[in-house]
Structure formats: C-alpha cells, structure tokens
Design a protein around this ligand. Structure first.
Ligand code: SF4
Length: 197
C-alpha cells in the first residue's frame, strides 16, 4: 500500500456518516517521509472545500506559529483524527473516530516520521487514550515506536493567551528536536487533492 493509494481509499470511504456531507475528504498532506506527523481533530468547512488540512483560520494561525519558530511546513505531514467534516457542531463522535482511526495508523506506518505531534484533546485521546491534556503535555510519549508529544489545538491557542503561550513554546521545543534529528525528507509530495466523492 502506498500513501497515495491509501488516500484514494480515504477519499471514497463510506465507513461512517461523515461521508454524507463532505465535499472532499481530507486525508492529509506532506512529504512521504516527513520528519514529523501532525494530527489535528477534524477538517473544518474550509478544509472540506479545498481537500487540504489546516487551511482555514486555525490553519493560518498554525502557519504563523510555524514561521515564528522557524519550521518549514513542508517538513511536516499534516492530518487529523477523522478525515471528513463532521455533520454536527463540536468534536467528532466516538463511533466516527473508531471507524477512522485505522487510517491514521496506516499513515503513521507509511510515513514513519521521527516524531508525532498530537494537537488537542481529541487527537490525544484517540491516539494515546489520555483524557487530560495537562497530563499529556507534561512529557514525551512513545506511540508505534515513534516519539510522540502533545500540544494544544491551534483553534484553542488562537483564542486564549495561556494555550497560545504553551503552543508556541511547545513548537519551539519541537523545532529543537527536529533540528537534532539526522533524518532528511526527500522533496517528493503525494497528490494533495483527493477525488470528489
Ligand atoms: S471520517 Fe473517516 S471513516 Fe468516516 S467516512 Fe470519512 S474517511 Fe471514512
């Protein structure tokens, strides 16, 4: 299985109800051998319209923080816990997370990043099974033989000063770790835009 084939499968996935209201599934994007894999919560309206992760308001905030700490977004493979826009307000439902999480596992196995960054409570709970973000952010974890760290979701960081401070400080620490890694990403990119369902 290649990443491209996996993303084609995600783009036509009917495993949960979220496929009914999507324009595009949002499998994720980034180098096939990214230094780090970043996991958010779920696509929002703008991501759904473009089929790309983190391109809405919180994505612009995330890009700004990446620039401030000196990380090239092209070093990251960016995806989310569920790959389609939820058909309701609030976080994705458990049954949809359960239906979708296998795709994230497959992406991690294919990208094999040196580090996984979980952004927000939903990604943290879905991957590490930890509810309390304060517990999760306090240390570095291991997940599927990869280093794994947790930070706030950009949507929370852009609204509240304390999460914003922690978010910037976490990403500075992530940059230092990434700079210390010997791994280099080839420039190859997977096809970003998935098929319309
Ligand atoms: S959210 Fe995940 S499981 Fe549900 S339809 Fe989309 S790709 Fe499939």
């Amino acid at each position: 299985m290649t990443l491209e084939r996996l993303h084609a499968r995600i783009s036509s996935c009917l495993r949960c109800d979220y496929h009914r209201c999507r324009i595009y599934a949002v499998p994720g994007e980034g180098p096939v051998r990214a230094d780090a894999m970043v996991v958010g919560e779920a696509p929002g309206r703008t991501e759904d319209e473009q089929g790309r992760p983190f391109v809405g308001r919180s994505g612009r905030f995330f890009d700004q923080v990446l620039r401030q700490v000196g990380i090239d977004r092209g070093r990251l493979f960016i995806t989310s816990t569920v790959k389609c826009l939820p058909d309701h307000p609030g976080p994705p439902r458990e049954d949809s997370i359960d239906a979708c999480i296998g795709y994230l596992h497959q992406q991690a196995d294919l990208v094999k990043p040196a580090m996984v960054v979980l952004m927000g409570r939903i990604a943290c709970r879905a991957v590490l099974g930890i509810e309390d973000l304060r517990v999760a952010t306090a240390k570095t974890w291991r997940w599927r033989d990869m280093l794994c760290c947790v930070t706030h979701h950009p949507a929370a960081a852009m609204r509240f000063p304390e999460p914003a401070r922690s978010f910037r400080s976490d990403w500075r620490a992530i940059r230092r770790r990434l700079d210390g890694l010997a791994k280099h990403s080839p420039p190859e990119q997977h096809v970003r835009r998935p098929r319309r369902r």
